[in-house]
Write a protein that binds this ligand. Structure first.
Ligand code: ZN
Length: 58
């Protein structure tokens, strides 16, 4: 089974995750209630990139 966070091979101890770190990341997503919507970070990146280059928008 692969880790759903980083797609590495999962460890039995942390399954289905590969490490404690990835398990914590997944848990944090659940707690924030946006587990199924991973677009928040990419949307922030996209907006900051467009802000950097306003010429593109006009
Ligand atoms: Zn992982």
């Amino acid at each position: 089974m692969t880790c759903p966070i980083c797609q590495k091979e999962g460890q039995a101890r942390y399954r289905p995750f590969c490490s404690r770190r990835c398990a914590d990341i997944d848990l944090a997503h659940w707690l924030r209630g946006n587990y199924a919507i991973p677009t928040e970070e990419s949307a922030m990146v996209a907006s900051s990139e467009t802000d950097k280059d306003p010429v593109f928008r006009h």
